[in-house]
Design a protein around this ligand. Structure first.
Ligand code: URP
Ligand code: ZN
Ligand code: ZN
Ligand code: ZN
Length: 488
């Protein structure tokens, strides 16, 4: 099957240019100057020209032609932070690999990297096998795994090397938050970092001082402060900054493994990352749409129990300080290299409800996997980031950061044909009534989006087109990953 995507503007990290894309089977076969461009010297630069076989270019033989006139053609999104079916807080994230990966596809994301879990006393390899069992045959798009290390001991440290060498799992998430759940102490963190420094693996860090937070939480509950907003008030941004600094120092002592801060939310933490990067260190960070658009006051502080929809860790930050502005600046300067979602949806009914009367029992997480490409495109519309930066932060850099490039994250000959045709002239309004995530509400309800995902190809198969889903569970394959290709 040969598919020609014609008439569109191809956007990559190097720029945007009118380019036709020929797909053969599952991969990109060629990038072609559009017929109009080839004839341009004779006919003037303007004009769309006929699609497949205009003047100046030999006819292209294709079984299917996708007309992308007036639209952007971008690499499929790579969301390197999702938690499908994650057991958490006495329940489990409401999207399965089937529902969550389909929702991702609807939103122009064609690869997810989810987190397999090992807890204290559990065997790392068994945790990984359990996540393979959940995802196998279920995904509409390709997927990989990071490993959450919730119990760093001798066996777990050994397993890190084996996962890097044999399983295509090259990144390990550690938690300075959640004592008694996923928490590692500084000694465990140091040892895991030393191991990563040896193997080349990336350490992903959830940087919040969980022990201090637990004290603040207990004090708030004792005062009778039980509403969702106290989730935010008991997790101050200074404790994200402190943990970020501590992790950065530990990594330096451990021999400088690549260190990647997940879901960075606060100016203090960004300052630490910027300083480490200015010193030439291999320190990286991602942020998530919720920290760019939502706030402690407006969302977590919504009346009644509404704020529960917005409980995630780190929490939404105050809009009385320039956290969000700083994060947008970080995205421009590459101190924030990636936008991921930290997709971890819990329904209000029966899940978020577990924390009515005690904010500390609200399962942590927001569902965004369907909306990342749209939400970050709004930064292009408002002039906060460039078109290229949109593609870079949502597709190219996450692919390079986590060893998926150039198979993913770029439209180039030989790459997987994971391609999104994006219509900048269409508009949509986000709503739980129309989204495809398995979630009874939306943190993004009513958000007006300038732009719309038009067509999505996953390894050459059309999975979304004309408002219809044509993907299938099981089309998506496990993608073993290499080491980070984003080191300095
Ligand atoms: O609130 C969040 N972020 N839930 C998912 C788990 C994590 O820490 O990433
Ligand atoms: Zn996580
Ligand atoms: Zn986390
Ligand atoms: Zn997460």
């Amino acid at each position: 099957m040969r598919t020609l995507i014609t008439g569109g503007t191809l956007v990559g990290p190097l720029g945007a240019a009118p380019t036709d894309v020929l797909v053969d089977g599952e991969t990109v076969a060629a990038l072609l100057a559009p017929p109009a461009a080839l004839g341009a010297s004779a006919r003037g630069a303007a004009g769309g020209g006929p699609a497949a076989s205009g003047a100046g270019r030999p006819a292209v033989d294709a079984d299917r032609v996708i007309d992308a006139t007036g639209k952007y053609v971008i690499p499929g999104g790579v969301d390197v932070h999702t938690h499908m079916e994650l057991p958490f807080g006495g329940t489990a994230a409401s999207d399965t690999f089937a529902t969550g990966s389909a929702a991702a596809a609807w939103g122009g994301t064609t690869t997810i990297v989810d987190f397999a879990v090992q807890r204290t006393g559990e065997v790392v390899e068994e945790g990984l096998a359990a996540w393979h069992a959940k995802a196998e045959g279920q995904c509409a798009i390709d997927y990989g795994f990071h490993m959450i290390m919730g119990g760093v001991d001798e066996a777990a440290l050994k397993a890190m090397d084996s996962l890097v060498a044999h399983e295509g799992v090259t990144s390990f998430k550690l938690f300075m938050a959640y004592p008694g759940v996923f928490f590692s102490d500084d000694g465990q963190i140091l040892r895991a970092m030393q191991r990563a420094a040896d193997s080349g693996a990336t350490i992903m860090m959830h940087a919040e001082n969980g022990l201090a937070i637990d004290v603040l939480v207990a004090q708030a509950l004792a005062r009778g402060d039980t509403d969702p907003i106290h989730h935010g008030l008991t997790r101050p941004s200074a404790l994200e900054g402190e943990a970020t600094h501590r992790a950065s120092v530990l990594a330096q002592v451990a021999g400088n493994p690549p260190l990647y801060f997940v879901h960075l939310s606060a100016s203090e933490a960004l300052g630490v990352v910027s300083a480490a990067r200015a010193a030439g260190r291999n320190v990286f960070a991602e942020t998530c749409p919720q920290y760019l658009y939502l706030s402690l006051e407006e969302h977590l502080g919504a009346p009644g129990f509404e704020g529960a929809k917005y409980v995630a860790s780190p929490p939404l930050r105050t809009n009385t300080a320039p956290h969000a502005d700083d994060l947008w600046r970080g995205l421009r300067t590459d101190d924030l290299a990636v936008v991921s979602t930290d997709h971890c949806p819990f329904c209000l009914k029966e899940q978020k409800e577990l924390g009515r009367g005690d904010f500390s029992k609200i399962p942590n997480g927001i569902g965004t996997v369907e909306h990342r490409i749209d939400l970050i495109y709004q930064g292009v519309v408002t002039g906060k980031i460039s078109l290229q930066r949109w593609v870079e932060t949502c597709a190219t850099t996450p692919a390079r950061m986590f060893g998926l490039y150039p198979r993913k994250g770029v439209i180039a000959p030989g790459s997987d044909a994971d391609i999104v045709v994006y219509d900048p002239n269409a508009t949509t309004t986000i709503s739980a009534a129309t989204h495809h995530m398995n979630l009874d509400h939306s943190a993004w309800e009513g958000f007006e989006i300038a732009g719309k995902v038009d067509t999505v190809l996953s390894r050459g198969s059309v999975v979304v087109s004309g408002g219809q889903f044509s993907g299938r569970a099981g089309h998506g394959r496990y993608v073993p990953r290499g080491l980070s290709q984003y080191l300095r």
